[in-house]
Design a protein around this ligand. Structure first.
Ligand SMILES: [Ca+2]
Ligand SMILES: [Ca+2]
Length: 422
């Protein structure tokens, strides 16, 4: 494909984008980026070809009786640009593959909040779960959310099309804290803090299909890029344990990291694993090709007493985000050049962090951006299509951005009405 073809395709996929702007934006971006680097600040996300990235941080606050919130950070300007109120003691946060919906586990009141992302993020639903929800994960097809209920020893499943609970909670090991879903969607792994195990859930049958004994205190799980290794953070032995999951799970190795490791995030290409060491106030970097720690740990915020907990890597791999619980900050750093890091005041007791590329087009027919297409919205779209209404009444129907609503676009909206926003 030549450049022109690719350029035109970009245009077709980006309604309303002006060609001149698209052509010059990368050049201006690079200039800006150099300039900002020169002053010692990070030029975050400036040159991403228009993909808007946000970091979302769960913040519990000082008072466990009060609702917490999700701080929305724009990593281009390194500021908190919004706060979305959720339930009490929000902990884990996960996003659907489309980038449209966040799910937050509220440990303090046993609920999960659904949050719409986009330009005006807001909480749209509070889903009662029970049992101290801590960890949360979304399936790779975006249809299911898995919630680890630490005090119930169960995992609950939410259908993202309806935000209703599916089936009965699945009994897992003791003290489930975090969940990872395999890319094929068939398996989910649950770190059980209290009994030193990882539960393997067969997602098709919504049942436990095996228990992996790792000992110690498993606090987090992640699946490697090749889907052959499970990374288990063991806070008790200050290590990351590797479990070969190609066949019958086998403990393959243990990598010594810092004091009281808590969470692990893999880079998008799977080449690096980053581990927060809560006791040391830093982050260990693991080369996943050799399974060795590389370099010295990256100091987070105030260091020893910064309390790094949640960690995430941006979709393009250019930023690592760390929630520093004791500092009350979100720390953004460049993995290739971790200092100086950007430190952003997030609020008391931040817990977890996730990066999201915001979708660059609306969900077809969802005029009010609540994640559903209603009959009323379909009627409005049909009226626009037959000339009895204006596109401006609901631009979400005009998926192609040509100022008209076609039958194809109506069909897309009907699909959303039936199946939910992708
Ligand atoms: Ca709607
Ligand atoms: Ca159209």
């Amino acid at each position: 494909m030549n450049r022109a073809t690719s350029f035109e395709r970009d245009l077709q996929c980006s309604p309303g984008t002006r060609p001149r702007r698209r052509r010059f934006l990368p050049i201006v971006c690079r200039m800006l980026s150099r300039l900002i680097w020169g002053t010692g600040l990070l030029a975050v996300g400036v040159c991403r070809g228009g993909a808007q990235t946000r970091a979302y941080v769960t913040v519990a606050g000082d008072d466990p009786q009060q609702p917490g919130f999700v701080a929305v950070i724009d990593p281009e300007i390194n500021l908190v640009i919004a706060a979305v109120v959720v339930g009490r003691q929000p902990q884990g946060i996960a996003v659907t593959p489309s980038g449209r919906t966040l799910y937050v586990a509220n440990a303090g009141d046993g609920t999960v909040s659904a949050i719409r992302t986009g330009t005006s993020p807001r909480s749209t639903e509070s889903i009662p779960i029970g049992g101290t929800p801590l960890g949360i994960a979304v399936s790779h097809d975006g249809t299911r959310v898995y919630v680890a209920n630490a005090s119930d020893d169960t995992v609950s499943i939410i259908d993202t099309a309806s935000n209703n609970i599916v089936g009965s909670p699945i009994r897992v090991g003791r003290g489930p804290v975090r969940i990872a879903v395999a890319p094929d969607g068939n398996r989910a792994y649950v770190a059980n803090q209290i009994d030193g195990t990882v539960s393997l859930i067969d997602t098709a049958n919504a049942a436990v299909a095996g228990t992996i004994i790792v000992d110690g205190m498993p606090m987090d799980v992640a699946i490697g890029a090749a889907s052959d290794l499970l990374y288990v953070v063991d806070s008790a032995s200050d290590s990351v344990k590797l479990v070969d999951i190609t066949a019958e799970p086998v403990l393959a190795a243990a990598i010594a990291v810092g004091d009281s490791p808590l969470r692990l995030a893999l880079s998008p290409d799977g080449a690096r694993a980053y581990v927060t060491n809560t006791g040391d106030g830093d982050v260990s970097v693991i080369d996943t090709a050799t399974n060795q720690v590389v370099g010295i740990p990256i100091v987070i915020g105030s260091g020893l007493f910064s309390g790094p907990v949640g960690i995430a890597v941006s979709p393009d791999g250019s930023r690592i985000g760390v929630a520093a619980a004791l500092d009350g900050t979100a720390v953004l750093l460049d993995p290739l050049r971790p200092e100086p890091a950007i430190v952003i005041a997030a609020g008391a007791n931040p817990g977890d962090i996730v990066f999201v590329n915001l979708p660059n087009r609306p969900c077809a027919g969802d005029c009010d951006d609540d994640g559903r297409v209603t009959i009323d919205e379909l009627v409005l779209g049909t009226n626009i299509a037959v000339g009895r209404g204006e596109v401006a009444q609901c631009p979400a129907f005009d998926v192609g951005g040509d100022g008209q609503v076609t039958v194809d676009e109506l069909v897309k909206a009907v699909n959303v009405a039936l199946n939910g926003c992708p």
